[in-house]
Design a protein around this ligand. Structure first.
Ligand SMILES: Nc1ncnc2c1ncn2[C@@H]1O[C@H](COP(=O)(O)OP(=O)(O)OP(=O)(O)O)[C@@H](O)[C@H]1O
Length: 512
């Protein structure tokens, strides 16, 4: 406890124009500690990370590493020797090998010739030292997310950094990948490496971290040992609400008129190398879950339903009408609304406003004869901002100035704008805070309640709990089907390929 903090930040203020992103916040992470930083979307977590890694200069406040003042702005090498952040979006260069990535910008300055053999053996030594089993000659783009994160961690440690920031590191890992990551992190902690762990998965915070800090609306709210804070107190600190009992989301949906009618049907739909022939139907008033771990084929199935991928064989119909395969415009026209997994690439036009993004799919409804009335666009966007609780300075703010979770809400708003017959959402709550998650899932349920239908493709149990039925995929095949009332263990076991059974259901029970 007497050793100086791995990082100590105090009185940090950061403004972006009119937005106060950090309002005098503090954070202390001790050597060997794993410290969680949690907060609702837009609370200021990413901004703090940018300050702690030297990407943003704070308007006020101080940062020290191991008792020494932070390096001068712009001195990249000095910052790298203190701290590294492993982001969801990889920083490694995809076309270079692991060895090249590890030694990027570190080639011997006075040698014009790189000695590749030596580089590879040094890379092998370095990976072995940190227990990372990856061939240094493989291209970074061929690595799994898990391997890439390990390479990035090894790279950071090899620069001398003893503080590693992990920004939603588990977002793209399956359960066994998360376990392997946590095991590795615990080993490194024992060697004195400190971690700052940013996650919207509160359970992971309890599994991994010893201390938790909560920010809310740009301010520091709480720092405490994880063991002393109950989950509902943590949520209350994040939201500012009193810990009122929240209704269980396992509750059955109300009956909808005409509920037997099939909205979306897939017949013998298959995509080579991704999933075997699958039959599925989604009826009016129903939310269907398509569960599966990474590479189970569930994402590919969702993307095929949305027209993003062309199936090898099979047929998709919406209310009896065949949809042209592999065409997003046709899927959209047929009434399939799509919420993509990668909002940065597929979801948003980042430099355009919230209003423009939210209304992209409904431009034809915003004015007469092909015109778009700004007043109508803004009014529409304002309704969306209110109903989805999007934290923004207004409809005219560009979406790239929103926090990640709030960007996700804009993507969902856009998919809903056309009032699709069936919404297909892939991991719709990734990176979204607990309260917004509830709101978003409530919106998806609402689609079904209005007599339409929805498909949620996810490995998140919270997402799947709002579904009326869940298909579990493993290695491209449906291995189990669950009605409401499944237990977490049963569904996880199916997703991990541990059990296989066609119909698995208990309509009683809490499913917690
Ligand atoms: N480059 C920027 N320009 C303008 N505003 C910004 C910028 N970066 C962040 N902000 C604003 O600062 C506030 C804090 O955002 P930040 O990204 O730090 O939140 P966060 O806690 O990381 O949220 P999330 O969990 O959604 O990622 C938000 O209101 C956001 O809109």
């Amino acid at each position: 406890m007497d050793a100086p903090a791995a990082v100590h930040a105090q009185g940090i203020v950061k403004r972006f124009g009119p937005t106060l992103a950090l309002d005098g916040v503090r954070l202390t992470v001790r050597p060997g500690e794993s410290h969680a930083l949690v907060g609702r979307n837009g609370a200021g977590k990413s901004t703090l990370v940018s300050v702690l890694t030297g990407l943003h200069r704070p308007d006020a406040g101080t940062v020290t590493f191991h008792g020494e003042p932070a390096p001068a702005p712009g001195d990249r090498a000095a910052w790298q020797a203190e701290v590294a952040c492993v982001y969801q979006k990889s920083m490694v260069v995809p076309d270079l090998t692991v060895a090249e990535n590890l030694f990027l910008n570190r080639f011997d300055q006075h040698r014009s010739l790189v000695r590749w053999g030596r580089l590879r053996s040094r890379a092998r030594e370095l990976l072995a030292e940190y227990g990372v089993e990856v061939d240094p000659q493989r291209r970074a783009k061929d690595l799994t997310v898990e391997q890439r994160q390990f390479v990035e961690i090894a790279r950071a440690l090899s620069f001398g950094a003893r503080l590693i920031i992990l920004d939603e590191p588990t977002a793209q890992l399956d359960a066994s990948g998360i376990q392997r990551l946590f095991t590795r992190l615990r080993e490194l902690q024992r060697q004195g490496v400190a971690f700052l762990f940013i996650s919207h998965h509160l359970q992971e915070v309890y599994d991994l971290c010893t201390t938790v800090t909560v920010y809310r609306d740009a301010r520091h709210v709480l720092t405490a040992p994880v063991a002393d804070v109950a989950k509902r107190e943590l949520v209350a600190a994040m939201t500012g609400d009193s810990p009122a009992e929240r209704a269980s989301r396992h509750a059955a949906g109300a009956a909808v008129p005409g509920a037997a009618e099939t909205v979306l049907r897939a017949e013998r739909l298959c995509l080579d190398g991704q999933f075997d022939p699958i039959d599925l139907t989604v009826r009016r008033g129903e939310v269907l879950g398509v569960a599966g771990a990474t590479a189970s084929g569930n994402t590919a199935l969702g993307e095929t339903l949305a027209g993003l991928r062309k199936p090898t064989a099979g047929r998709i119909t919406v209310r009896g009408r065949t949809v042209r395969p592999g065409s997003v415009p046709h899927a959209l026209d047929a009434g399939i609304g799509y919420v993509p997994e990668d909002r940065q690439r597929q979801g948003l036009v980042l430099n355009r406003s919230v209003a423009e993004n939210a209304t992209l799919t409904v431009a034809d409804q915003l004015g007469p004869w092909g015109t778009v009335l700004p007043s109508r666009t803004r009014a529409f966007a304002q309704r969306v901002i209110t109903s989805l609780d999007i934290k923004t300075s207004g409809p005219d703010q560009p979406v790239n100035a929103l926090s990640g979770g709030n960007q996700q809400k804009v993507v969902i708003a856009r998919a809903l704008a056309r009032e699709p017959h069936c919404l297909v959402a892939i991991r719709p709550t990734a990176g979204v805070d607990v309260k917004s998650k509830e709101a978003l899932l409530g919106v998806v349920r609402g689609v079904a309640q209005e007599g339409r239908a929805a498909v949620i493709v996810s490995d998140e149990l919270d997402d799947l709990r709002v579904c009326d039925r869940v298909l579990a995929l493993f290695h491209g095949r449906v291995v189990a089907e669950f009605d409401r009332g499944w237990t977490d263990q049963a569904l996880v076991a199916a997703m991990e390929g541990v059990t296989e059974q066609r119909r698995h259901a208990a309509s009683e029970g809490g499913g917690q």
